[in-house]
Design a protein around this ligand. Structure first.
Ligand SMILES: CC(C)(COP(=O)(O)OP(=O)(O)OC[C@H]1O[C@@H](n2cnc3c(N)ncnc32)[C@H](O)[C@@H]1OP(=O)(O)O)[C@@H](O)C(=O)NCCC(=O)NCCS
Length: 158
């Protein structure tokens, strides 16, 4: 696959050997609410997890970004939990493709919608989600550990 802008990469399911690079992405992208190593290990194995990576298509096979969602047996709404692209790979369409891949995987698991939360000051992510047809339907004051407010957004999987 070729991203709309320049970098060649592939989107695939995350594998156990991606763990170290996933943790590097996590610590480089978020100052709070980070996934712990234990939780990352969990989501690499969990049957209800959807953990996708964007990997450089060159010999380095470097992990450039990831998206994590999960499903629950008592709900048809998948929860998109995290999305991060390495700073050097941003703006090349990887975030969009990972979110699209995650939505398709959620639909294959029988989900009818995807829900997510995003900090109100994260205008880049909000713009991306709006372009992918997510709609804001709830305000969540002081949702994050650092006191940031969030929007809850949802998209139907028609
Ligand atoms: C938010 C994030 C995942 C976007 O990933 P990305 O791969 O850079 O995004 P894409 O290249 O797929 O861009 C998709 C859309 O996002 C918006 N966007 C991306 N970068 C942007 C920028 N620097 N300024 C403004 N809008 C931007 C654009 O609307 C873009 O659509 P376009 O290509 O049609 O213009 C990435 O910036 C990131 O990892 N940020 C840090 C972690 C984070 O905030 N994660 C989200 C938590 S909810």
């Amino acid at each position: 696959m070729k991203a709309g802008k320049t970098t060649h990469f592939v989107i695939r399911k995350a594998r156990p050997e991606d763990f170290s690079q996933l943790m590097e992405l996590e610590t480089g992208s978020f100052s709070c609410e980070r996934l712990s190593p234990r939780r990352m290990h969990h989501w690499l194995e969990a049957p209800n997890g959807i953990l996708l990576v964007a990997v450089a298509a060159d010999a380095t096979r470097h992990v450039l970004g990831y998206c994590l969602a999960f499903t629950r047996s008592d709900s048809t709404v998948a929860r998109a939990y995290s999305l991060a692209i390495s700073p050097a790979a941003r703006g090349k369409g990887l975030g969009r493709l990972l979110m699209e891949g995650m939505a398709k995987a959620s639909k294959r698991k029988g989900c009818t919608a995807v829900r997510l939360e995003v900090a109100k000051n994260n205008t880049i992510a909000i713009t991306l989600y709006e372009k992918l047809n997510y709609s804001t339907y709830m305000s969540l004051p002081e949702y994050y550990e650092d006191g940031q407010d969030a929007w809850r957004m949802q998209k139907p999987l028609n």
